[in-house]
Design a binder for this molecule. Structure first.
Ligand SMILES: Cc1cc2nc3c(=O)[nH]c(=O)nc-3n(C[C@H](O)[C@H](O)[C@H](O)COP(=O)(O)OP(=O)(O)OC[C@H]3O[C@@H](n4cnc5c(N)ncnc54)[C@H](O)[C@@H]3O)c2cc1C
Length: 530
């Protein structure tokens, strides 16, 4: 595998010789899915991300690859069937990162067992040949043997069903690598600051700024795709300042706890909390992710912060179902993400709702905007988007190839006991790299499994540019144990500085800015030992 040389990619972009078919704005699940789709069909594809890949919502999910039991309850069969089909494809195409997880619904009402078994059997049937295993009713004793810390008082029994679970940010990085291997150019830390138009008012390119150098470039393209999640309205305004908002963000929060709060391999699903929401407690790496909430908000940012009411709600609900009630001190990390919920109809005659799961619209200027949906359906969203781009840009039609396209790293026989399994087919090369320097096999922190070589690997092969890129999205330390992540920042900065030829001032700035940001993932301030 060749190391990624950012300078070479930028020089290639700057020479202006390339005629792009498709420029995609946004490097979350949606934009990356569109880039993989376009490049694998053979179109000249450029993806531009203002921060790091998956810096936005795509690193802040519940980590489920699922049809959405909630949508089934709402009677949205088409949506569930589509997502279950995509779940099946993801298990095959990103086999190293997606796993079959069993979920237990504890029943505290006599009717719960039969009710949920029927509903979830339907869920399984909708998955057809791509099913993950049948739901079944289990006794109270079996619930307790699976979830040792579940509240036993008034428990009648439970239902076990199956769904998928994954590492969201790592899948995003692997998608960026897949897009590159399929011939796309992908750049993080490149912000689109304007759109360019031809004399007829149709969009024919973008103006983009390299966040590292401050340099701007004007890039021409047959089609421009706006895949910026909760930021879509900012791009739509560049096209038409008076445009009506398309998205209303809804915030979702998770807390991360030690596995002692719910040991074992099964996940817990509460289908109806006190306020009628769904709550999950899912084992993830060696911790427990508990969430989520759904709070409409007016502001959006790349670093949304959890509201006290959201944290309280999760803690209270967890305390109701687990025998050991978590306290604020027990929270290892808290993270918030913004759902790009599609606002109601925009009124434009050209607006076309392709599916209830996501919104795909074409503006009068030919700007293609895709938003909504979920991580699980990113591939289908990419396919719909590029089908539309072919029509809008007059590209010669080439059929979609992503249903069977293996994502970078995909490997079936991974050993999940070894934390390096997330690298899939790259694991061997990463272990070989560790042997090049005696220090690189050392752990970054006594509480975490990560080793120094993962920093080197992230910089050389996975587009990482900063301490945050490594600690938040290449390894998941910030999300799993924010205090440990703060402790790790200086050594990570030092390793990156050696790779990227940065000085001491850069290292100090990186440590300071990361540590400041990481404090917002904690409920109490943390002072690392000097
Ligand atoms: C709390 C929560 C839990 C969820 N859980 C699940 C789950 O378990 N399973 C599931 O399937 N789905 C889940 N989802 C949904 C899923 O996470 C999202 O649908 C998906 O991540 C959205 O991806 P996106 O690419 O559209 O947006 P984003 O990931 O936000 O990506 C948009 C990107 O555009 C970039 N951008 C913005 N403006 C510019 C610009 N001017 N120039 C360049 N780049 C720009 C941003 O930096 C950002 O990286 C969850 C969502 C939330 C909020």
């Amino acid at each position: 595998m060749n190391a990624i040389k950012r300078e070479d990619i930028v020089a290639h972009l700057a020479d202006g010789k390339k005629a792009w078919d498709v420029v995609i704005i946004g490097g979350g699940a949606t934009g990356l899915g569109a880039a993989v789709d376009a490049a694998s069909r053979g179109y000249q594809t450029l993806l531009l991300e203002q921060a790091d890949f998956a810096k936005g919502t795509s690193s802040r999910s519940t980590k489920l690859v699922h049809g959405g039991v909630r949508y089934l309850a709402q009677g949205d069969i088409g949506l569930v069937r589509e997502a279950l089909y995509e779940r099946g494809l993801l298990l095959k195409n990103a086999a190293h990162l997606v796993k079959n997880e069993s979920f237990v619904i504890p029943n505290y009402e006599w009717w719960g067992g039969a009710f949920y078994t029927i509903g979830l059997t339907m869920y399984d049937l909708l998955a057809g040949k791509l099913g993950f295993g049948r739901a079944k009713h289990i006794s109270k004793d079996k619930v307790i043997s699976k979830l040792g810390t579940i509240q036993p008082k008034n428990l009648y029994g439970g239902v076990v069903y199956h769904d998928g679970q994954f590492d969201d940010a790592r899948l995003a990085v692997n998608l960026a690598q897949t897009a590159l291997e399929q011939g796309a150019t992908v750049l993080n830390y490149f912000k689109v600051v304007n759109l360019t138009k031809a004399a007829d008012g149709k969009i024919n390119g973008v103006v983009v700024c390299d966040a590292e150098t401050g340099e701007s470039y004007t890039i021409k393209s047959k089609v421009v795709i706006n895949a910026t999640g909760v930021f879509v309205d900012e791009i739509l305004k560049m096209d038409k300042p008076e445009v009506r908002p398309m998205v209303r963000p809804s915030q979702g929060v998770h807390i991360v706890l030690d596995r002692s709060f719910m040991p074992g391999e099964d996940a817990l699903m509460i289908p109806k909390t006190d306020d009628g929401r769904v709550l999950f407690a899912v084992p993830w790496h060696d911790k427990l992710v508990v969430g989520t909430t759904d709070t409409p908000i007016d502001e959006h940012s790349l670093e949304p912060s959890a509201l006290e009411t959201e944290i309280d709600f999760i803690m209270r609900t967890a305390a109701k179902y687990l025998v050991k009630a978590p306290t604020r001190k027990d929270v290892l990390s808290v993270f918030a993400g913004l759902r790009p919920l599609a606002a109601p109809e925009s009124g434009s005659s050209k607006t076309k709702e392709i599916s209830r799961s996501h919104k795909l619209i074409v503006s009068d200027s030919n700007l293609v905007t895709i938003t909504g949906g979920k991580w699980t359906t990113y591939r289908r969203m990419g396919e719909d988007t590029i089908d539309k781009a072919i029509e809008i840009g007059g590209l010669s039609p080439i059929p979609n190839k992503t249903k069977t396209l293996r994502i970078h790293g995909s490997k079936t026989d991974v050993n999940r006991e070894d934390h390096l399994y997330v690298y899939g087919s790259d694991q061997e090369a990463l272990s070989a790299l560790a042997k090049e320097n005696p220090g690189w096999s050392k752990k970054l922190h006594p509480r975490m499994p990560y080793t120094q070589v993962e920093v080197i690997w992230g910089i050389r092969y996975e587009f990482a540019r900063s301490v945050e890129d490594i600690l938040a999205r290449r390894v998941r330390a910030l999300f799993l144990d924010a205090r440990a992540a703060i402790d790790m920042a200086p050594i990570v900065a030092k390793l990156i500085a050696a790779e990227l030829n940065k000085d001491d001032v850069w290292q100090q700035q990186q440590v300071n800015s990361f540590s400041q940001m990481a404090q917002t993932y904690l409920l109490e301030p943390y002072l690392p030992k000097a």
